[in-house]
Design a protein around this ligand. Structure first.
Ligand code: MN3
Length: 202
């Protein structure tokens, strides 16, 4: 039995068009995420020292051990499990659940957080992610390389956007800023962000 499994997309492949096409989701979910799952099962599944541990615990342990293949493949599996849920049809914009809204206000307000989050994604050199994370009781904007995520840097991930080219090149070619603007303005599922804010983590 495999420890890691590819989750179903929580919507139809064409649900996020025109901001993210069915073709992008078919490649990104069915090919790229599947590859992280398959590699993850080989690298951190049964018979390895990671067997049976939570995915969050494996992220931290592998990062501390400088185990780059596990950091990247299990990190990417964690990141993508949530990435699909961080988007929905008709999402985005500044209307968000109350606890999250308070955190955003305390960090300078929506316009500042939107600009800083987009800027983090634009300035992440090469492949990686931009994040809203909780560090202590404050909202922090972060960017990470490759498959890393805030769990590995002592923070709790609340929202992440994939800035690997496979996430935007079909729909936006090299225009990463336009993809990030569309993500924030039209795709974010703020309810999943609020859910992660409220979830207990170790
Ligand atoms: Mn990806």
């Amino acid at each position: 039995m495999s420890q890691f499994k590819l989750p179903e997309l929580p919507y139809a492949y064409d649900a996020l068009a025109p901001y993210m096409s069915a073709e992008t989701l078919q490649f990104h979910h069915d090919k790229h995420h599947q590859a992280y799952v398959d590699n993850g099962n080989k690298l951190a599944g049964e018979g390895t020292k990671y067997a049976g541990k939570s995915i969050e615990a494996i992220c931290v342990e592998a990062f501390n051990a400088k185990d780059a293949p596990v950091v990247n493949n299990i990190g990417q599996h964690f990141n993508h499990i949530h990435f699909w849920k961080w988007m929905k049809k008709g999402g985005g914009g500044k209307k968000m659940p109350g606890k999250l809204e308070k955190l955003v206000e305390a960090a300078g307000g929506f316009d500042k957080v939107r600009a800083d989050f987009i800027n983090a994604g634009v300035t992440q050199f090469g492949s990686g992610w931009a994040w809203l994370a909780l560090k202590g009781d404050k909202l922090e904007i972060m960017k990470t390389a490759n498959g890393e995520n805030p769990l590995m840097h002592g923070a709790k991930p609340l929202l992440g956007v994939d800035v690997w080219e496979h996430s935007y090149y079909i729909d936006y070619r090299n225009a990463r800023p336009k993809y990030l603007e569309a993500f924030v303005d039209h795709l974010i599922n703020w309810e999943h962000v609020e859910m992660m804010l409220e979830a207990k983590t170790s």
